[in-house]
Design a protein around this ligand. Sequence first.
Ligand SMILES: Cc1cc2nc3c(=O)[nH]c(=O)nc-3n(C[C@H](O)[C@H](O)[C@H](O)COP(=O)(O)O)c2cc1C
Length: 385
Amino acid sequence: MTTLRYLTAGESHGRQLTAILEGCPAGLALDAAAIDADLVRRQLGYGRGARQQIEKDRVMILAGIRYGRTTGAPIALAIENRDAANWADTMAVEVTSRRVAPVCVPRPGHADLPGAQLYGADDLRDVIERASARETAARVACGAVARRLLGLLGCAVRSHVVAIGGVTAGVAASPAGLEAVDGDPLRCLDAAASEEMRSAIAAAGQEGDTLGGVFEVVAFGFPPGVGSYVQADRRLGARLAGALLGIPAIKGVEIGLGFAAAGLPGSRVHDEIVWSAATGYGRTANNAGGVEGGISTGLPIVVRAAMKPIATLMSPLRSVHLDSHEAVEAHVERSDVCAVPAAAVVGEAVVALCLAAAALERFGGETADEFAGAAAAFGDRLRRS
Ligand SMILES: Cc1cc2nc3c(=O)[nH]c(=O)nc-3n(C[C@H](O)[C@H](O)[C@H](O)COP(=O)(O)O)c2cc1C
């Protein structure tokens, strides 16, 4: 079975992030600019910390692409950490006499304490460096490749911010709106709500506090018939939820109407089925969010993710020193006040990777043409049914 899988490596202040993406068919047109465009989008958003001014993320393509096309070989990607130059002693690979003082006070809400317990770390720096969401830049790079693959099927994956700190946007997603949403500082479709969100972030920042929120990812043009109900791990909804919950700080996922469906009668939830000679089967709504029975319906895939507030507070919460067990304030380091717009771009990447993998499993193809051809042939079969 052809599938798409990836692994990443790299610390937040190490030399670079590295990703290997395996299973991409040969013959897909790809260059660094296509990947960089998404890396830049991940760095945007009002409420980010000073790190984003230091990093200017650009990908280095190290393997798997020749003369602008994938070869079928694993694709190796790297993103340099420009800030690493300032962290040489902290992140030295070799034993050094210039070792810096360990971090010994875990932040509530971060990976610090459970990570130290798991790996037996006496310096929380070992945990912080890999648990940091800096790693998501590598996922975004892989996601940009998946986005190209989905483009062969006529599928585009977009996102927008739906809520931040209790302020909710009142504008529904449309393809045109989502095309332009990067122009808004919070990647929000509702200009008035965006302004309120900015005020809320500014106020939280002044208090030394942080905010979370909700983003939505929409995949337009994803073909029907991908995923399955026959085993739990083949359900497309389960795979999408797993991909989104794999993003640091994501604590809830909804598909389509999601939690709201639980409070409504079936007559107001399920998308009625219609048929016409010209277009075949259709639906009167898309409350299912493009997935029924674990299978894509051909309508837009609509998923929402809830992000908790950032764990690093400039007015720190109570914690305990790892050595003395004394009650002290949690560790503080440079941090975002709110990263929901960036998390939405990461959401696009993991959704694109998930959908591309499921589509490759469904349609197969060692070359881009075989993959696109098999998907088109299935589309023809459905139109005739
Ligand atoms: C794009 C993005 C940026 C983030 N930036 C920060 C940050 O600056 N400071 C911080 O403490 N947590 C940040 N986080 C969240 C932490 O990475 C996350 O809370 C931590 O890894 C613990 O994992 P958990 O929240 O899933 O339990 C960010 C998350 C994302 C997706």
